[in-house]
Design a protein around this ligand. Structure first.
Ligand code: ACO
Length: 372
């Protein structure tokens, strides 16, 4: 029996949602290169593409945007549940709890038809920014500002979380990140969602499991860890030298350097150039060359020392910091973006289901018996 540790190299199923090709270093959502989508489409358009298989017409997009606006207000019962959690709870725990509560309250709980599942996915897409915003604002001792109907999804998301009206550069950067984070085939959290769905469980249970999987620093939690490393190294004058010393110590201590490496890509993450360009534009606009200097220095050191290249979390972490987000909100924002991919996979899994149940090779004690 061959053991595929970590399921590395195992093709577990087919999918029409996205294609990751490490050889050509490309990522396609329903056939479209992600770079084109991230620079030319809104997060709402990309959500519809991933869910429906095609980009929406202007009329379909308008109708979806109207429904998204309706779903932005947080249900009072979800708000109360969040308020019962300790203020010290990590916002990822808040989000995971909120998704679970939203499942219990969902008007179509128990209906697993594709139409009902897509409606639930839409409701989560609309509600998650309010959940993240409430998780943030309550620890500042207040309420999240009410959603703004004059702002589309990405701009309203930033507005509700930061309480400040975002400028055009901020919205563009954030939108780019939401599109790039939306989907990535059978990554750990999506696979977790598919495993749960394969038991014929419900969509909210699948998404709750996916949030838990994303939280780990080997997956989505890495975007927070990237900025923590930047702060540990220290921005400003002398940061390249400090980056070299910091990295040497980290590698000597067998620490993983967050934001680098990928299970699938071996020649670089296809999403990094687009997010790096967005970060450059934002940092330049905000007069923060120090962030770019440290970014380049740590990347150069990591390439020199280990030949390991950045993944999407590497440019996304500093970009989120410059957008005014607290560090522990970076992964919750990733949730609000990736919920689109997760739910597209839930629908796909349900449409051609087979229980996901791998084998294991036993390596425990040999047969033995209780004393007579
Ligand atoms: N820092 C230091 N060493 C690394 C890193 C890293 N970031 N990534 C890989 N390596 C080393 C490993 O130590 C290992 O070395 P060894 O063979 O000498 O033991 C070798 O490269 C292979 O690494 P694995 O961890 O076995 O490779 P795997 O494919 O399992 O890991 C992973 C992929 C988990 C992403 C890994 O690169 C990692 O831990 N990166 C840091 C966490 C991170 O950034 N996660 C985000 C993923 S992308 C996303 O979620 C958007």
């Amino acid at each position: 029996m061959t053991v595929h540790k970590g399921l590395a190299g195992v093709v577990a199923d087919t999918t029409a949602v996205s294609k990751v090709d490490p050889e050509t270093n490309s990522l396609l959502y329903r056939g479209y290169p992600v770079q084109e989508l991230a620079t030319r489409c809104s997060s709402e358009q990309v959500a519809r593409l991933l869910w429906d298989g095609e980009l929406p017409s202007a009329a379909e997009l308008e109708r979806f945007r109207a429904r998204e606006r309706e779903g932005r207000r947080l249900d009072e019962r979800v708000r109360r549940t969040i308020d019962d959690l300790p203020l010290t709870a990590h916002p990822m725990d808040v989000v995971r709890t909120a998704v679970s509560v939203l499942g219990a309250l969902d008007p179509a709980a128990g209906d697993a038809s594709p139409e009902a599942e897509l409606a639930k996915a839409e409701r989560l897409f609309a509600a998650l920014p309010a959940v993240v915003a409430h998780a943030q604002r309550r620890r500042l001792g207040g309420q999240a500002p009410p959603p703004r109907d004059d702002l589309d999804h990405a701009a309203n998301f930033l507005w509700m979380v930061t309480g400040a009206e975002p400028d055009a550069v901020a919205v563009r950067t954030f939108e780019t990140s939401l599109v790039l984070y939306a989907e990535h085939s059978f990554n750990a959290s999506t696979f977790a969602a598919r495993v749960v769905t394969s038991t014929l469980s419900d969509l909210h249970s699948a998404v709750t499991a996916a949030v838990g999987a994303l939280k780990g620093p080997l997956h989505g939690g890495a975007n927070e860890a990237v900025w923590e490393a930047f702060e540990e190294i220290g921005l400003g004058e002398g940061s390249p030298g400090r980056a070299r010393a910091w990295l040497a110590a980290a590698l000597a201590g067998h620490r993983k350097v967050m934001g680098f490496g990928h299970r699938v890509y071996r020649h670089g993450d296809s999403r990094v150039p687009t997010m790096h360009a967005a970060l450059r534009e934002l940092a330049t606009d905000r007069g923060r060359p120090d962030v770019l200097e440290l970014y380049d220095a740590l990347e150069a050191e990591m390439t020199r020392a280990k030949q390991i290249l950045p993944n999407l979390d590497y440019p996304a972490g500093p970009a989120y910091h410059l957008l005014g987000l607290d560090t522990d909100l970076f992964t919750p924002v990733f949730v609000a973006a990736r919920v689109v991919g997760w739910t597209a996979h839930v629908v796909e899994q349900r449409g051609a289901n087979s229980l996901i149940r791998p084998l294991s090779e036993y390596d425990g004690p040999p047969l033995r018996h209780l004393p007579a």
